[in-house]
Ligand binder design. Sequence first.
Ligand code: GDP
Length: 453
Amino acid sequence: MPQYLRLLGIGGIGIIRMSGQDCFKILDKIFQPKTKQQIENIKGYTIKYGNIIEKGEVIDEVLVSYFKEPKSYTTENMCEINSHGGNVMVRKILEMCLENGAELAEPGEFTKRAFLNGRIDLLQAESVMDVIHAKSEREAKTGIKQLEGILSKQIAEIKQDILDVMINIEVAIDYPEYDVDDVTNQQIMDMLIKVEDKLLKLEKSFDNGKIIKEGIKTAIIGKPNAGKSSLLNAILKEDRAIVTEYAGTTRDTIEEFVTINGIPLKLIDTAGIRKAKDEVEKIGIAKSREIAKEADLVIAIFDVTCELTPEDLEILELIKDRKSIIILNKMDLEAVLKEDDPRIQKASNHIIKISALNYRGIDKLYEEITNLFQLNEINLDNEIVITNIRHKNLISKAIKNVKKTKETVENKMPLDIIAIFIKDILEDLGNITGEVVSEDIINEIFSKFCLGK
Ligand code: GDP
């Protein structure tokens, strides 16, 4: 059945997207190309100018793109009507399509069809959503790489490693008169080690993937007047900062996603920092403790114009054993508190001096973060990065099954038993790309998509 996209909101153009066997039949009833060409004579990948007509009356002037099966996003016949934007016109044309036999698309319907029709695998389908929802260039780039199939290829390669050995196992099971168990066992072990190695590498890449996708959860803490909100302003005002605001995980908090020089930071409780203008509302140590708890990185800020206070000492205590950066602020003023103070030195290996008010030294902060999270080592062009928790969980499960299989080999279990364990690994991998995935999971994945994609 043909399907539609409805794009709400005001824009110069609106697009109604239709896919399915009958979509050109429906289009034919409502659209007249200026050239009066028959649909059979219109090639795929062309655009026709014409009118949407109802009962002889022109409803809108539109451009229609044609995609003929199998060369379309869904592999089905598809068309996209580019009408004038705005709710009224798009809705009207949408209704006309519905009246002529189309159905409204579910969220993710088009991509789901592309997957079900075998044009892309599940991994690639999921990356479509990642690209759409990307908050930073890095994240979008990772999504595009996955859409191109870089991760699918890697999974296929690992599966092939397994299948190559599986053939020998099957032979050994079928022809037990040839005593090849020892050879086969060694082969299996070598394969398992190789596969485990590759999977572990993928699993580890999730640490970076998480950073790329979610940003480094960063808490800025410090006693009142240390300069938290000045630092926040300096970060947000950075020329190349792309800022997106989110509601935080706890009530009444706002998290801000900032990408600077490719470093994605998710700043926790920026509202709290901003709000804390007057003395009564200044963020206290209890609040600092709370926000530091959920952070990947704690930036502790100290005012160099005064000695360390008991509150400062508590903050130093708080950041011990955490990924942290100490900021000595107000360096434009005379410093009482020195960098070589042993209490400071003991608390963190990363200490920088800045003047938040004048935006001085902020670049040093980014340098420090880059080093701390080894962000320079993420080479997006060559490296495969797992960003999706579903993939990560399945890879972890596959690793567990590899370990189990290794044990069965070490314990000299019969080959047919070993083969069952190996099939579990293959199933985990198949679940990632969607070869053996259940309908429920497919529905769940696509329900998170937006309409029209
Ligand atoms: P918060 O309470 O930790 O958020 O601190 P604020 O950012 O509100 O700063 C407290 C006071 O210190 C304000 O009057 C700021 O203008 C001032 N301040 C912050 N950073 C600097 C700095 O680098 N140099 C100087 N001279 N003053 C600063």
